[in-house]
Design a protein around this ligand. Sequence first.
Ligand SMILES: NC(=O)C1=CN([C@@H]2O[C@H](COP(=O)(O)OP(=O)(O)OC[C@H]3O[C@@H](n4cnc5c(N)ncnc54)[C@H](OP(=O)(O)O)[C@@H]3O)[C@@H](O)[C@H]2O)[C@@H](O)CC1
Ligand SMILES: Nc1ncnc2c1ncn2[C@@H]1O[C@H](COP(=O)(O)OP(=O)(O)O)[C@@H](O)[C@H]1O
Ligand SMILES: [K+]
Length: 520
Amino acid sequence: MIRAWSSTEVVAAERPMLDAGVPLMEQAAFALASHVTRALRRAGHRVPGSVVLLLVGGGNNGGDALHAGAHLARRGAQVHAALLTDRAHPEGLAAARRSGVRVHQVLEDGVPPTERVLGLARRAGVWVDGVTGVGAGGGLRHPVAEVVRSLAADRAGWPQEPMVVAVDVPSGIGVDDGTVPGPVLPADMTVTMGAAKPGLLLPPAAELAGRLEVVDLALPLPAGGAPAVCRLTSADVADLWPRPTSSDHKYTRGVLGVLAGSTTFPGAAVLSVAGAVRTGLGMVRYLGPPGATTLVHARHPEVVAVPGRVQAWVIGPGVDADDPGRAEQAQDAIEEALAAGVPVVLDAGALQLLPEDLPDSAVLTPHAGELATLLGSRGEAVTRDEVEAAPARHARLAAELTGAMVLLKGATTVVAGPTGPLYAQADAPPWLAAAGAGDVLAGVLGALLAPYGDRLQELLDSGEDVTAGVARLAAAAVVVHGEAAQHAAGLHGPDPGPGRPLSAGDVADALPTAVGQILA
Ligand SMILES: NC(=O)C1=CN([C@@H]2O[C@H](COP(=O)(O)OP(=O)(O)OC[C@H]3O[C@@H](n4cnc5c(N)ncnc54)[C@H](OP(=O)(O)O)[C@@H]3O)[C@@H](O)[C@H]2O)[C@@H](O)CC1
Ligand SMILES: Nc1ncnc2c1ncn2[C@@H]1O[C@H](COP(=O)(O)OP(=O)(O)O)[C@@H](O)[C@H]1O
Ligand SMILES: [K+]
């Protein structure tokens, strides 16, 4: 699991080590130089002869860059440092000068002239972004902001783009909330010190970080609490997977009720059922109109279309909330699920039928537009764009307002409960942005929750942290769904290339392969 800690936690954890004289910056800079060296080799280059430009701000982030530049210069690189402010980390600057780094004090009348920095940048194959790190907030200020904006624009126009390496974080991101309040130079790689920071996992900032390398500085984390953001890996998913044993039968493996599809949207029934069946569980009970039931049976004859006991529910995919009969059925099912105390996934149409208060064993699965509508219905008027600009904050707000777990879908999907760490999963290729993909995810999540359904009350009684458990399973469902999309898009294997288009049905069909590979 990748764990991200807030800037306050990281700084607090560094303090006793710095007080004890541990040379954290030197360790961080050495690791940074080594990562740049490895990245150059991966790209088929050598350090001797490479031209590196350090973009240096006035704090310790610039200090990291200068010390790393000194190492690279000693390894034979031609290193230039552009000092973007009127002061630079003194020891870092001295080390850089001693090692032959060419230092450019580019300020003119206190302002770094963009043209001068661009001139240096055009000659370099590697740009090291050491402008700001965890000590800055609120977006880059004038005039550094203009320089970074021009560099980002200039770089995008080049036939052979330089490799951009961010020191600790891409300068200018919201380090703790993942927002992008102003210009940021998108990185190919971020070398982060001590621990990942929330903005390196949370959208939209995470999408500017590139490959993430965490430098272990043996910081005494947790200094005072849990990580702010987590990201599950396939190995974590394998650990929590409900593997069947020889003593299992179909009822112990979990029975999932699916209330999905309508006369208008019968396909959603097929896709959410496919998501569940192909993830693997004991049984699916399907409740829907005759046309949709016929379609479901044509693809999945094993589905039981008769009401009965279930250990979890998926309610809402393809349910037309404007159809009074179907809406009433969905509402009854929601009430029944909540009264029975079993986990329930509430998707699409069901999001318009929510009761006032929900337990955190209910998982809402909106996309950004649906979340904006949901928040509007709870007195928080926001647009889809505002949700997309700060997904973590809005998912958390919706969880607090409803009491439920919120799984906010997107290129990076965020899972937030009313309390506890956030999860941010970036497992899926952009090919997954396809109609019906969300219906499949609802089924995957239902299948993962069902085996725990009967034990929910028992777990609550025993003091287990059910919120944490449900959040982890929700994140796990996103991993499996994303992995299945990778398979469906032909993105597995040694040299996958750009991938290929997929349909939501292809993603469901790829689930057994994805699960098998995760468990292998
Ligand atoms: N301590 C250590 O040994 C270790 C530290 N480490 C490293 O230290 C980094 C943290 O360093 P830090 O605390 O010095 O802050 P940092 O991120 O460089 O920013 C301060 C500078 O930015 C400026 N600035 C501020 N806001 C701004 C804005 N909006 N727009 C533009 N500029 C702005 C601010 O200017 P000022 O406000 O002072 O005028 C000042 O010059 C951390 O990320 C990691 O890389 C690691 O190596 C581990 C060991
Ligand atoms: N750019 C993207 N990259 C990767 N995955 C994406 C992207 N955009 C959307 N997704 C994923 O695709 C799925 C789309 O779900 P949703 O919007 O509910 O579609 P539908 O309602 O048609 O089923 C979600 O799992 C979401 O996380
Ligand atoms: K930086």
